[in-house]
Design a protein. Structure first.
Length: 557
């Protein structure tokens, strides 16, 4: 990690030792606090710059997991503190597939920034939005900034049109301008494939305003299909609005589009409303959402990450076919937007245009890789508020997503015929379990978990089973300088059980009797951890791990 410290006055000698450590999302230290010497740079400018390189090679970092690097410069009173985040992620598996096979699209406030395309590609999103359009006056000059970068990255393209200005009430574009201009645009950019043209964006108004909008959709749609019937046309992103259906705007698109920022349950309601209007008025088409999201200002990134996975899962389960989480990037070159409403939408921390991934970027990456080209197959609502969703691809690779409406519960998930099962948590941590053709023991909570495995089943189990291991102790707060006692219930088939804490926390196995194992957990008094992420690992006596419990303890002063 390269560190740059900017000052307006030279640092004193006693300020040159930069302190740092690595923590997980919950604040648990992953290494002992260390120092590195800052050296003055020869870079010129109004600020004095000091630099250092931090070597994390000896830190036991897991591939896929979210981490934070915290650093401090000594000064009078409280040190100056700053943190950044990172994760070690493999190249996106979705890049093996054609863009049109992967049902995710990137959208942003301004689609002209290079980093937006590169980060979309890094996350494995295979279709990217561009700001396509044309001038309102002859000869209707077409434009599509950065469309060549999409081609270079082998990405599909989603472009808008100037109809969005008509939706806002402007009259710059008459029908002739729309028809000729879209022909010009296709002549210049129609070679880029796969290509989707999104007709508008969040129109408002009623009556004549809606009629004018639909007339514009018709003109552009008809002209596109005359030029090239294979170009995919996406309707404007309007809420399921009956007035548009009455005017048959569905005739002038190949799929509907909607935007929603109201939680995953509202995603399902929107899709159900669309289906009801299609049934009533005809023009049945697939349903996209080019903006799914959460009004997240002031919310922890953990809440956003949880909502992201649940939203994508619910969208596809309800019948959606292509989704986009909004937004990916909003540049902040001077670091002044942190904490703003716009910044809260970003899955990257964009301060100083460094684009450090947030926890929801890890969740975004993992959701895209896990779903990939899989199609929704089945959904179950089990007892005690546990929901499960099954996705499956052409190679019999399955994804199962599970969560519990409230609280947590240890369960046995039947997976007939499955052997290796990869388990992915919201923070990107993962493990591999051995189902042994039967299933695995897991903890299900409000945080969704994703299971990746192969078997012949195309439906979910009718019921969840009794876990081989379960947590007996209530999840009370852990005193920072105190100890916690945890009791685990175990079946006769369980061998070699252990409680696994973060580094520097100590675990003592106290006793094992009456089908229970008791542990005492103590931690370092200096830890800054907010919540302690713990797991219970066990095997079947043959070196195979048929399950793992996971839970967190809140830490109080």
């Amino acid at each position: 990690m390269n560190v740059s410290v900017e000052t307006i006055k030279p640092l004193r000698d006693n300020q040159l030792n930069l302190e740092y450590d690595v923590r997980d999302y919950w604040g648990a230290e992953q290494m002992k606090r260390s120092t590195v010497l800052l050296e003055r740079s020869d870079k010129k400018g109004p600020k004095i710059i000091y630099e250092a390189t931090i070597d994390l090679n000896d830190v036991a970092l897991e591939v896929g997991r979210y981490y934070e690097l915290h650093a401090a410069v000594p000064q009078e009173g409280e040190p100056f503190r700053y943190a950044t985040s990172f994760a070690i992620l493999p190249e996106a598996e979705t890049k093996r597939f054609k863009p049109e096979e992967v049902p995710f699209t990137a959208r942003n406030w301004d689609n002209r920034f290079q980093a937006y395309f590169e980060l979309s590609d890094r996350l494995g999103v295979r279709t990217c939005g561009v700001w396509g359009g044309w001038s309102s006056k002859a000869p209707y000059k077409p434009e599509a900034p950065q469309i060549e970068l999409c081609e270079k990255l082998n990405m599909g393209i989603l472009t808008g049109t100037p109809i969005s200005t008509i939706e806002r009430g402007k009259t710059d574009y008459n029908e002739e301008a729309l028809r000729q201009a879209v022909r010009n645009w296709l002549e210049k950019y129609g070679k880029y494939r796969p290509l989707t043209i999104n007709l508008g964006n969040e129109p408002h108004g009623t009556g004549d305003r809606v009629k004018a909008n639909v007339a514009a959709y018709r003109a552009v749609y008809e002209e596109i299909k005359k030029v090239d019937p294979t170009v995919f046309v996406l309707a404007t992103a309007v809420e399921p609005n009956e007035e548009y259906f009455k005017l048959e705007y569905g005739k002038y698109c190949d799929a509907y589009d909607f935007h929603v920022y109201e939680g995953f349950n509202n995603v399902r309601r929107n899709i159900e409303h669309y289906k009801a209007l299609m049934k009533k008025y005809g023009n049945e088409k697939p349903i996209w959402s080019t903006e799914l999201g959460l009004n997240s200002q002031g919310l922890p990134r953990h809440v956003v990450a949880v909502e992201l996975i649940k939203t994508f899962t619910t969208f596809f389960a309800a019948g959606g076919v292509n989704a986009s989480w909004f937004a990916l990037i909003y540049p902040d070159p001077e670091g002044k937007s942190h904490g703003s409403s716009g910044d809260a939408h970003n899955v990257f921390d964009c301060r100083f245009n460094r684009y450090a991934l947030r926890l929801d970027a890890v969740a975004y990456y993992n959701a895209v890789q896990a779903i990939a080209i899989k199609k929704f197959k089945d959904e179950k609502q089990y007892a005690d508020g546990v929901s499960a969703f099954l996705f499956r691809d052409r190679d019999k690779r399955n994804l199962q997503v599970l969560w519990k409406a409230k609280g947590r519960q240890d369960v046995f998930v039947p997976l007939p015929g499955a052997e290796k099962v990869a388990v992915i948590h919201v923070d990107g941590s993962r493990c591999e379990l051995a189902a042994g053709g039967k299933g695995i023991t897991l903890s299900v909570s409000e945080d969704p978990i994703m299971l990746l495995y192969e078997n012949e089943q195309t439906t979910l189990a009718e019921a969840l089973g009794k876990p081989a291991v379960s947590l007996v102790s209530p999840l009370n707060k852990l005193q920072r300088n105190g100890a916690a006692e945890l009791t685990i219930a175990v079946s006769d088939a369980v061998k070699n059980i252990e409680l696994v804490p973060p580094p520097f926390w100590k675990v003592v196995k106290n006793s094992s009797k009456d089908g229970e194992v008791r542990f005492t957990l103590t931690g370092p008094s200096s830890s800054t951890v907010r919540e302690l992420s713990l797991s219970v690992k066990f095997d079947d006596g043959n070196g195979k791990q048929p399950g793992e419990l996971s839970f967190r303890l809140s830490v109080a002063e």
